[in-house]
Design a binder for this molecule. Sequence first.
Ligand code: NAP
Length: 336
Amino acid sequence: MPKLMQAAVITHYKQTSPEIKSVPIPTLQPTDVLVKIKAASLNPIDLKTMAGGLRPLLTYDMPLIIGSDFSGEIVAIGSRVTQFQVGDAIYGRPRKTRIGSFAEYLAIDAQEIALKPSNLSYEEAAAVPLVGLTSYQALHDILKLHPGQKVLIQAGAGGIGTLAIQLAKRLGATVATTTSAANVDFVRSLGAEQIIDYHTQNFADLLTNYDAVFDTLGGHALEQAFSIVKPGGQIVSISGLPDRQFAQEYGLPRWKQALFGVVTHRLTRLQKQTDTTYHFLFMWPSGAELATLARLIEAQELRPIIDRTFPFHELDQALTTLKTGHARGKIVLSLT
Ligand SMILES: NC(=O)c1ccc[n+]([C@@H]2O[C@H](COP(=O)([O-])OP(=O)(O)OC[C@H]3O[C@@H](n4cnc5c(N)ncnc54)[C@H](OP(=O)(O)O)[C@@H]3O)[C@@H](O)[C@H]2O)c1
């Protein structure tokens, strides 16, 4: 077993790009597995992490290996791991304090992985964990969508949107989504029924009486979402501001809870005015939910969409593509 590995490292926030360099292979905790990474996917949170944009919620020690999800093969297991063995093909999303999948090896708690869907390549599997868990938690765990409900999923062509549309359809919901004209047929093929070209139309002028909105945009689009949801309906956002309730549940200090309460006062007012509920979702790692997603993928009820795959040494080009904000599905790094 080598002692060093290649990894994409930053030494400070706002670094122009990560440097791929030799660093020690991580050591294992008793409940960890060591994974030889085969592929990893890029997520907007990687850019936010590098920019220091998560600091109100989370600070990192430097140097930091970036990368938020992966697929790979287990090469060693901790003394207390019983449910996996060396040689297992797995995929996962590490907890936010232990990221680092843009590397040859990653140590991760066994609770945060699942066996890789057997019908996917490593590249395809790496496209699932972060966006799959986020979409599942928004639509299944929080919104609890059920047949006959109407949901708007913003940005249907993106990493989140492409999986969320499929999951919402599987739950029996009717799906509206926003996209640009070039992606209309594509999002229809995933199951979206009402498709809004956001360059020429405003969803708030077209949709009414919705049960739920899965907001991936934040800002003005999030505020407008309240106008299309019926009384008793729900809005879950992954790009809006965290509110006081989230800050409490996340265990932030009281002064931050109060601060988030102040900055989200408009959202609080909109909830009262429209008799709706707002949730901010900061997705959580879950091997159990990844196993559920693997079953759906193997049953061909869900499939990841990959825009483009880059070799590891082209990480900079991959990050530049992500930054455009117009990937169709996921951007993946191959480490094989
Ligand atoms: N809180 C959490 O736990 C969490 C988890 C995951 C993601 N997120 C956040 O969720 C957001 C979406 O993530 P993602 O992985 O889906 O990003 P992404 O894949 O980079 O999104 C790209 C897609 O967004 C579409 N898009 C861009 N501007 C749009 C607009 N104004 N209206 C509708 N569609 C638009 C583009 O479609 P066109 O090319 O057709 O414009 C493109 O397909 C990011 O901000 C990310 O940080 C948060």
